[in-house]
Design a protein around this ligand. Structure first.
Ligand SMILES: CC(C)(COP(=O)(O)OP(=O)(O)OC[C@H]1O[C@@H](n2cnc3c(N)ncnc32)[C@H](O)[C@@H]1OP(=O)(O)O)[C@@H](O)C(=O)NCCC(=O)NCCS
Length: 175
């Protein structure tokens, strides 16, 4: 399917989500919990990945995430996600998170992140997805740089497998 599938424009997967930050979303500094931001990132990325391939997906991994500025109570948090590149069954999703002071209109980027999602078939096995057709300079830049990030992820995955194997006890293997 992969080779002859029509490329999907980034506009099909581009997804936006806006939330208001309430006291229950914040810590004792009055800034948003990192875990809550991560949950939103996972959710909007999954929507973008499903819009790209129109199949069920699972999160395979998330690259490191840098929180460059805090998000404060009462601000709006806006997440924008789209699929940048695909391999066979996997899709790289880019997310940018912005905070907005609703009274002044000041907006700033608080987090950017890349995640990888894998499409599954009816048997729950990885299945091929169509390629991406970038449409503007930002989309092309992210598309062209993706194979390098993919190679790093595959290297990291290999290293994690070795660590997980060395952590597995005989009792774990019996389960
Ligand atoms: C992700 C998962 C489907 C991969 O299955 P698998 O049996 O290892 O399959 P494969 O080795 O054939 O890999 C399938 C694809 O996943 C990609 N992949 C697997 N692990 C990955 C990782 N850690 N990071 C990035 N991509 C990964 C592979 O590169 C491959 O991509 P490709 O088809 O585009 O080349 C499987 O590990 C899984 O189900 N993990 C749990 C997912 C989950 O529960 N997520 C949280 C809730 S949604």
């Amino acid at each position: 399917m992969r080779e002859d599938a029509n490329p999907i424009p980034v506009s099909q997967s581009r997804s936006i989500m806006t939330e208001l930050v309430f006291p229950t979303d914040t810590n004792h500094h009055g800034t948003m919990f990192g875990g809550t931001v991560m949950k939103y990132i996972d959710k909007i990325s999954a929507i973008a990945a499903i819009r790209h391939c129109r199949k069920p997906v699972v999160t395979a991994s998330t690259d490191s995430m840098d929180f460059v500025s805090p998000i404060r109570m009462g601000e709006a948090v806006e997440l924008e996600a789209f699929v940048t590149w695909t391999h066979r069954s996997s899709m790289e999703v880019y997310v940018v998170v912005r905070a907005e002071n609703l009274f002044t209109g000041e907006r700033r980027v608080t987090v950017t992140a890349f995640s990888t999602f894998v499409a599954l078939n009816e048997q729950g096995k990885p299945t091929a997805v169509p390629p991406v057709m970038p449409g503007n300079d930002q989309e092309r830049k992210l598309h062209d740089s993706a194979p390098e990030r993919h190679a790093l992820r595959m290297k990291r995955r290999q290293e994690r497998f070795s660590t997980a194997d060395s952590e597995t006890t005989d009792d774990d293997r019996k389960l």
